[in-house]
Design a protein around this ligand. Structure first.
Ligand SMILES: *Cc1c(COP(=O)(O)O)cnc(C)c1O
Length: 951
């Protein structure tokens, strides 16, 4: 074995496994299987035009060379991004720990109590600091969170009044530029009219449904918005505030003014800048809007035994189910980053946060008083950490600053702003003051020692309310204690370092350590997204190369890395299509055809893009019903904007009529959007351009090895054909996007740049040969599982020649006659040490299994053995007798060691049903959660659990 070939480490099966696997499937070789799986007319005839793969060692050297091209300046740009210090204990035990970063979204609460608790901490911290009743478990970035707030307030208002009535939304001119750009993107398709202005001049006319304020303002001014909110309320204008989380430690929380939503980012709570992301945004609101909150909320409930348990609350309102009635398309959020930020709050506690906030504020005051003594004007009458200074001529100070490796924010020709942060040392403060002294040619540096200014927060805006008084925020302040707390939570969670997570449509493959390592390096972590591009040449090279790699893989002309999730990619792609039609004078095209089997984010994104969703039927083989599609295309031909099609389909099948379908759309003036979340079955073998699509998103957090993080981060780039290239999204601060670009989709110019390193490495290391090999192995593994389960579990859909693609749906509905539901199987798999496959998507009562190429034959066999053993247990079960091993699953250690045991099966059968289980037993920490109880008694912050259980 050549030990340098990365593909051999990434792909789980070996040559030795092939004969048995091929025999099971009933083919001579892999080529035959692929020929029987992928329709001939869409197969690529040539290898990918990419270099050969490189070894892990070579990749790390390569990234070290590139890292040197990034210049790490002291950056005081602010504008929503601040250098922060990731506590090493968090970096090592969470960011660098597969137990945390490879976990899946916590749908299976029984094996996810650790990250659910970490997220509850995050929500509690956000609720307390903002002064709001409820917070979600993160959103994508501050600007999208602000846009979600706008949509939510619009929706809430529209429910009371007829739509089209009150459509104006006031935005304070203090808003961050990237937020304004994103609001424009979101407002237009919804028919919302944005009005930018000074909050003091606002007339509170009854044409406004809402307003958005920034606190502190983009250049640091701290305003008292109490009377604004009061006047707005009197006119039924809802108010959202974008707030800086660290400032809220010292400032009156907006919740005290009675605002309706508070949003922002938690980046400065220990998350690296990463040239723009990923970071966890927060969204806090009132209890009254709990059913309108975008994203996920963690709530407290109880399990079968009545013990407290956590789970995702109000799951039924998730977008998967709401579809075209959805107001938000958020699916993947920023869980890993939220876990880290919440843990930062746990580690520092309220006293630690106060120290950090006071230090930053004190340094700002010191510099403010010095620059004033030097004769410069500091313009913020009240501030937290950001000064706005009139310097006369910015070009001169810019030159001086850059030669000292310092970045300021250059507001205009004569004004700069400086934002201080946790990482600013007293030496840095002195350096800054000296720079101003030299700049003003002031010669008395005694000012510097004496420059301690007074606090610059007026008494009405000084925070009085205590925060984070819960035990969790006041217990783990030593490293040993926090390390053990993190471990305690980690042990409750099943991640990829325990066993296969065969989630159909989610592609839980290896996230290689070599892909992950560079994320910890300062040259990648510590770059602000708005530095001049010549300070980020290493990043520019990686991002450009990744765009080119993805162009080659998709067969398209251009890529935008901006969208922070698959759903954001969908939205971006549809907005680009919209802009394209508009540029051709065909603005009226607004019909979006979507097959019934599509992922729930598809219709949600289409609605957000201002399109009308028309659902088309699927036939009994799981394919698009051509007759129905043709009829609907003809019916809507004049207004057809797009078809959204998932390929291979959500049913795990390569439809052979795909080219006919895309042609039909083009012939009728529409564009074809391909949902590329399932790209794992295509890479190197076929591609979206070949099937006739015009744009697709890819989920880099599925196919391209970015870890799932427990529900984020994600990167959902869009790749487009030539005609759509001019419309790729822009950023208002740093130039990016097409020549006729739409406004921003994400806050940062290249979205979550830091984790793009992972996908870049994945493609670079696998190379032109390894990529198609990985795809073949993914298809082989899926078909192997399918044929091992044959006769015991029916696969719902297959291709024309009886093959699955990279995933398959097994039907669990027939077991109802034995009283067994699909959930029982999902929970029983936990007893066997496995995470359930995707439950009831896209078909209720089924499991969708996707093994990926990274699993070994031994693991595939264990998984099949478990399912086959469960199949026998199903046969033993009956609808009349519900005290059985499936209905009672999962079995906890507490249940099994209880002195009384009254069940008709043995404890051994419950806990150790197969020999392999005993060797590596995973114990769930709770029994099944009671969903209905939790939704009835919604509780989403860390209130003492005992108190709550008495309800
Ligand atoms: C995962 C997925 C999405 C949504 O991606 P997010 O990153 O979670 O927003 C969309 N479509 C399909 C088919 C998917 O599997």
């Amino acid at each position: 074995m050549n030990t340098e070939v990365f593909a051999a480490r990434h792909i789980g099966i070996t040559e030795r496994d092939l004969p048995h696997m091929l025999e099971t499937i009933g083919v001579e070789n892999v080529e035959q299987l692929i020929n029987e799986t992928i329709p001939d007319d869409i197969k690529l005839k040539r290898p990918l035009d990419l270099p050969e793969g490189i070894s892990e060692h070579e990749f790390l050297n390569h990234l070290q060379d590139l890292a040197k091209k990034n210049k790490v300046f002291k950056t005081y740009i602010g504008l929503g991004y601040h250098e922060s210090l990731t506590p090493s204990v968090i970096k090592r035990n969470i960011l660098e720990n597969p137990g945390w970063y490879t976990a899946y979204t916590p749908y299976q609460a029984e094996i996810a109590q650790g990250r659910l608790e970490a997220l509850l901490n995050f929500q509690t911290m956000v609720s307390d600091l903002t002064g709001m009743e409820l917070a979600n478990a993160s959103l994508l970035d501050e600007s999208t969170a602000a846009a979600e707030a706008m949509s939510m307030l619009f929706e809430v208002r529209s429910r009371q009044q007829k739509k089209g009535d009150v459509v104006k939304f006031f935005v304070s001119e203090e808003i961050l530029p990237q937020t304004m750009s994103l609001l424009e993107t979101r407002a237009t398709p919804l028919g919302i009219e944005l009005v930018l202005g000074n909050h003091e001049d606002f007339d509170f006319s009854d044409k406004f449904f809402g307003a958005l304020l920034q606190y502190p303002g983009k250049h640091g001014q701290v305003n008292d918005y109490a009377s604004f909110v009061e006047k707005a309320k009197a006119k039924e204008i809802k108010v959202a505030v974008a707030a800086d989380i660290l400032s809220l430690v010292m400032l009156t929380p907006p919740g005290e003014w009675g605002v309706d939503a508070v949003v922002g980012t938690t980046q400065r709570f220990g998350i690296p800048l990463g040239y723009g992301g990923p970071h966890a945004a927060f969204f806090a609101t009132k209890e009254a809007y709990k059913r309108n909150i975008p994203g996920r909320i963690i709530g407290i409930t109880k399990d079968t035994d009545g013990n407290p348990a956590l789970r995702m609350a109000l799951q039924t309102r998730e977008q998967h189910i709401k579809r075209d009635k959805a107001t938000s398309n958020i699916c993947t959020a920023q869980v890993l980053l939220a876990v880290m930020a919440g843990m930062y709050a746990v580690y520092h506690g309220p006293e630690g946060l106060k120290y950090i906030a006071k230090k930053v504020h004190g340094q700002a005051c010191t510099i403010a008083s010095a620059v004033e003594k030097f004769g410069l004007k500091q313009l913020n009458t009240s501030f937290f950490d950001t000064l706005k200074i009139e310097v006369g001529d910015t070009s001169k100070i810019k030159q001086m600053a850059e030669s000292s490796s310092i970045n300021f924010n250059y507001v205009d020709d004569k004004t700069i702003s400086i934002s201080l942060n946790e990482a600013t040392s007293n030496e840095d403060v002195i350096k800054l003051m000296k720079l101003f002294m030299l700049f003003t040619e002031h010669k008395e540096d005694t000012f510097i020692e004496n420059a301690i200014g007074d606090g610059k927060i007026p008494s009405t805006l000084q925070r009085q309310a205590p925060f984070m008084q819960h035990q969790v925020f006041n217990s783990y302040h030593s490293e040993t204690e926090l390390m053990r707390y993190i471990k305690k939570l980690e042990r409750k969670d099943l991640a990829l370092n325990q066993s296969m997570i065969s989630l159909g449509s989610c592609t839980m493959k290896l996230n290689a350590a070599s892909e992950m390592l560079p994320l910890s390096w300062a040259e990648w972590g510590n770059i602000h997204p708005f530095v001049p591009v010549n300070q980020a040449e290493g990043y520019q090279e990686v991002l450009k190369s990744l765009e080119e790699q993805l162009n080659v893989i998709t067969g398209f002309s251009a890529t935008s890395l901006q969208p922070n999730s698959g759903a954001q990619g969908e939205y971006a792609g549809l907005m680009v299509i919209r802009a394209y039609h508009k540029s051709r004078g065909e603005e009226h095209r607004n019909i979006c055809l979507i097959p019934a089997s599509a992922h729930g984010t598809n219709p949600a994104s289409a609605v957000m893009a201002g399109m009308k969703v028309v659902v088309t039927k699927t036939d009994d083989k799981g394919n698009i019903d051509m007759d129905d599609l043709t009829a609907k295309v003809e019916q809507h031909a004049d207004n057809l904007a797009a078809l959204m099609v998932t390929y291979p389909s959500t049913h795990g099948v390569f439809e052979s009529s795909i080219k006919q379908i895309t042609k039909l759309i083009h012939d009728n003036g529409g564009q074809v959007y391909m949902d590329g979340a399932n790209m794992n079955a295509q890479v190197g073998l076929t591609n979206p351009a070949t099937i006739g699509a015009d744009v697709c998103h890819l989920n880099l957090h599925k196919t391209f090895a970015i870890p799932h993080g427990g529900g984020g981060p994600g990167v959902g780039p869009i790749c487009v054909a030539e005609q759509l290239k001019p419309f790729l999204p822009s950023n208002p601060v740093i130039e990016t996007g097409g020549e006729n670009a739409i406004t921003a989709i994400s806050a940062a110019p290249w979205g979550s740049s830091l984790v793009c390193l992972i996908s870049y490495g994945y493609i670079k290391m696998l190379g032109s040969e390894g990529l198609p090999k990985a795809t073949e192995a993914a298809i082989l593994n899926a078909n192997y599982i399918k044929d091992r389960l044959k006769g015991k579990f029916d696969v719902l859909y297959t291709g024309e020649r009886g093959r699955a693609a990279h995933e398959m749906i097994i039907d669990c509905r027939p077991f109802k006659t034995n009283g067994i539901e699909v959930t029982d199987i999902a929970k029983r798999l936990i007893d066997y040490g496995f995470h359930a496959p995707t439950v009831s998507f896209p078909v209720a009562g089924t499991l969708m299994i996707e093994p990926t190429e990274s699993e070994s034959r031994a693991e595939l066999d264990r998984f099949c053995d478990a399912l086959l053993a469960i199949r026998e247990e199903i046969d033993e079960a009956s609808a009349e007798e519900t005290d059985n091993v499936l209905k009672n699953a999962p079995h906890t250690l507490g249940m099994l060691t209880n002195d009384s045991w009254s069940h008709p099966y043995s404890r051994e059968k419950a806990a150790f049903p197969l020999p392999y289980v005993a060797e590596n037993k995973f114990w769930p920490s709770i029994r099944r959660t009671d969903e209905a109880f939790g939704d009835r008694n919604l509780m989403c912050t860390c209130t003492p659990i005992e108190e709550y259980m008495e309800v």
